[in-house]
Design a protein around this ligand. Structure first.
Ligand code: GAR
Length: 212
């Protein structure tokens, strides 16, 4: 059986939670979080990691002089060993930077159960659908294909499943008849950029300690 979620400590402005943000792509969520952190908050981004050296979001880390690392998949043939080694390299950086919470923000890799076990309760993700509906990498495509009238985004703690961990907050948007993947993505990103920083504020305040 999987272990329980162990949430990060309750933070203070003098001693904010130390966040690592993991990205793979454009990093608009990272940008929104860093803007939110322009004034003192209960959390601070200490480390940014991208598995993709072309990720546009890397620039936000460089601009703000945040420790920003590209950790690509190591070049070995065995896929299982490759994932494990990749995560070991990430884990080393997390420990070096004394990270207390891993924030997945458009990180498009599935973490292995052994990595999740080490950090359970201290990995948070945002997913662009109303989970448990439409998990996986193509949520907007799947939503439009299914013809549902509502979509949105979900912030959840990460467990060893794919987008299955404990849900903390959700926000809805209407899916209009002429919606495309692009229009739906833009609309949902907008609400993600408001919701994710707020959930991080609440988590750092201890709001979720009673429900975990
Ligand atoms: C966001 O919409 C996020 O919810 C989604 O990727 C986008 C990243 O955008 N994440 C997933 O689909 C994870 N399964 P960004 O790189 O511009 O922040």
């Amino acid at each position: 059986m999987e272990g329980a979620y162990i949430l990060p400590r309750i933070a203070s402005l003098d001693n904010p939670l130390r966040l690592a943000v993991l990205i793979s792509g454009s990093g608009s969520g990272l940008e929104a979080l860093l803007n939110h952190q322009n004034i003192p908050r209960l959390h601070h981004t200490e480390l940014i990691i991208s598995d993709n050296h072309n990720a546009k979001g890397l620039k936000y880390g460089y601009e703000k002089n945040i420790n920003t690392k590209i950790i690509s998949l190591p070049e070995i043939n065995n896929k299982i060993e490759q994932r494990i080694l990749h995560e070991e390299l990430i884990h080393i950086e997390l420990i070096k930077s004394k990270i207390e919470l891993i924030v997945l923000s458009g990180y498009m890799r599935i973490l292995t159960p052994s990595f999740v076990a080490k950090w359970k309760g201290r990995i948070i993700n945002i997913h662009p659908s109303l989970l448990p509906d439409f998990p996986g990498a193509n949520a907007h495509r799947d939503v439009i294909k299914a013809g549902v009238k509502l979509s949105g985004c979900t912030v959840h703690l990460v467990d060893s499943g794919v987008d299955t961990g404990m849900i903390l907050e959700q926000r809805q948007v209407e899916v209009l008849p002429k919606e495309t993947i692009q229009t739906l993505q833009n609309k949902i990103k907008k609400i993600e950029h408001e919701l994710y920083p707020k959930v991080l504020d609440s988590l750092s305040e201890g709001v979720y300690h009673s429900i975990s």
